[in-house]
Design a protein around this ligand. Structure first.
Ligand SMILES: NC(=O)c1ccc[n+]([C@@H]2O[C@H](COP(=O)([O-])OP(=O)(O)OC[C@H]3O[C@@H](n4cnc5c(N)ncnc54)[C@H](OP(=O)(O)O)[C@@H]3O)[C@@H](O)[C@H]2O)c1
Length: 328
C-alpha cells in the first residue's frame, strides 16, 4: 500500500510557502498541512490552497508547547518559510518538533548563499535557528535558493510589465557584472518536493537554483526579448557600502521594525550577491552545500528567457501584490 508523507508547512500563505505547497501537491505522495495563525484563516491564499487539498492546522508560532504539539501530531516533515521578522519564532517550533518525533525539520533558509557571521543580518538570524536545530539533534535539511526571477527583472519604461513588478529594479551594482544564481519562485516548491524525501540530503545544506547569470545579462535578456531599452542606474561599490553602514547604524534595535531593517536587508543583499559574489554554486560548494542540479539532473527548471516571455506576454504573476504598493 502506498504511503503518503505528512508535511506541515509554516508560512504556507506566503510567497515561498505557496510555491512549496503547490510543488508538493503536484509531485504527489504528500499530505500537506498548513500551520496557520487563526487571524489568517480566511486569507484568499489559504482558501485557494484548501481547495487544492491542503488541510489547515490553526496555531501560532508563539503558542504553548501543548498547542504546538497538537499542531505537529503525526507530522513527518516540517517546512518553514516565514518572513524576515519571524525567524526566531521557529525556535520553540523546533523544540516541539523534536518532542513530537518529527523525522525531518526544514528551517526557513530559502535565501541566497552567504557565509554566516556579520555579512547579512538575515542570514545570521536564520543561522541561530539552524544551530538550535543541530543542538536538538533534530534531523534537518537547509535549502537555499537563487534570487527570484520575479524580483530580478528591470522595469520597462513603456510600463508593459508593470502589472508584475514590485519596484522599478533599475539598479546595477558595479555595472551588474557579478554572476549570481537565480530561480523561478514557482520552481522552489518543485525542488523542495524532491529534496525533503531524499536520504542524500538529510542533515545537509542544498543549493537550489535555475541558472547563473550576471544582473547585466538579466537586463540584456529583457532588452533583447522586449525590443525596448532598459533604464540602467549604475551603483558603485562606495554607494553600496554607504547603504550597508547606514542600514546597520539605524537597525540596532529589536523588536523588528520594518522601516529600520528593510534598508539594511536590501543593502546587505547587494553587498553579498552584488559585490562579494557569494551567491554562486562554486562558493556554495566551498561552504559545504550539495548542488540540486547535480542531485536531480532530470529536473527541467524554467529558464530566465521562458520567464521573460511570460512576463512580456502578460501572464506572469507578481509577488507581494497583497501588501506592497508599487514604488515606481
Ligand atoms: N531568494 C530570494 O530572492 C528571496 C526573496 C524574498 C524572500 N526570501 C526568503 O524567503 C523567506 C520567506 O519569505 P516570503 O517573502 O516567501 O514570506 P512571506 O510571503 O512574507 O510569508 C511569510 C509567512 O510566514 C507566516 N507567519 C509569520 N509569522 C507567523 C506566525 N507567528 N505563526 C504562523 N505563521 C506565521 C505568514 O503567515 P500569515 O499569512 O499569517 O501572515 C506567511 O505565511 C524569507 O525568510 C526570506 O529570507 C528569499
Amino acid at each position: 500500500m502506498a504511503t503518503t508523507t505528512k508535511v506541515l508547512l509554516v508560512g504556507a500563505t506566503g510567497e515561498t510557502g505557496r510555491s512549496i505547497a503547490n510543488g508538493l501537491l503536484e509531485a504527489g505522495g504528500f499530505e500537506v498541512f498548513a500551520f496557520t495563525r487563526p487571524a489568517s484563516a480566511k486569507k484568499p491564499q489559504l482558501v485557494d490552497l484548501e481547495k487544492k487539498g491542503v488541510i489547515t492546522r490553526q496555531c501560532d508560532l508563539e503558542a504553548s508547547p501543548a498547542e504546538l504539539a497538537e499542531a505537529l501530531k503525526d507530522i513527518d516533515i516540517v517546512v518553514s518559510s516565514v518572513g524576515p521578522s519571524d525567524q526566531l519564532s521557529q525556535l520553540k517550533l523546533a523544540t516541539a518538533a523534536k518532542v513530537a518525533g518529527v523525522k525531518r525539520f526544514i528551517p526557513c533558509a530559502f535565501i541566497t548563499v552567504c557565509a554566516p557571521g556579520g555579512i547579512m543580518w538575515l542570514r545570521d538570524e536564520k543561522e541561530k535557528v539552524f544551530n538550535h536545530v543541530k543542538q536538538l539533534k533534530l534531523p534537518y535539511t537547509i535549502i537555499d535558493v537563487g534570487w527570484w526571477y520575479q524580483i530580478a527583472t528591470p522595469r520597462l519604461t513603456s510600463g508593459k510589465i508593470d502589472y508584475a513588478m514590485t519596484t522599478a529594479n533599475d539598479e546595477l551594482i558595479e555595472e551588474g557584472k557579478t554572476p549570481s544564481a537565480f530561480v523561478d519562485l514557482r520552481d522552489i516548491g518543485k525542488w523542495v518536493a524532491r529534496i525533503i524525501v531524499d536520504p542524500r540530503t538529510e542533515n545537509k545544506m542544498v543549493f537550489s537554483y535555475n541558472t547563473v547569470m550576471s544582473p547585466a545579462e538579466i537586463f540584456d535578456t529583457v532588452e533583447k526579448l522586449s525590443g525596448e531599452k532598459v533604464d540602467r542606474k549604475n551603483v558603485p561599490k562606495e554607494v553600496v557600502m554607504e547603504r550597508v553602514t547606514s542600514g546597520r547604524a539605524s537597525s540596532e534595535t529589536y523588536p523588528f521594525d520594518a522601516t529600520k531593517f528593510t534598508p539594511r536587508i536590501a543593502a546587505e543583499y547587494q553587498l553579498s550577491w552584488g559585490l562579494r559574489g557569494d551567491n554562486v554554486p562554486e562558493y556554495a560548494k566551498y561552504l559545504g552545500y550539495l548542488d540540486a542540479q547535480e542531485l536531480y539532473p532530470d529536473f527541467k527548471p524554467i529558464s530566465f528567457e521562458e520567464y521573460t516571455k511570460e512576463l512580456l506576454g502578460g501572464t506572469a504573476v507578481g509577488v507581494y501584490t497583497d501588501r506592497i504598493s508599487r514604488i515606481y
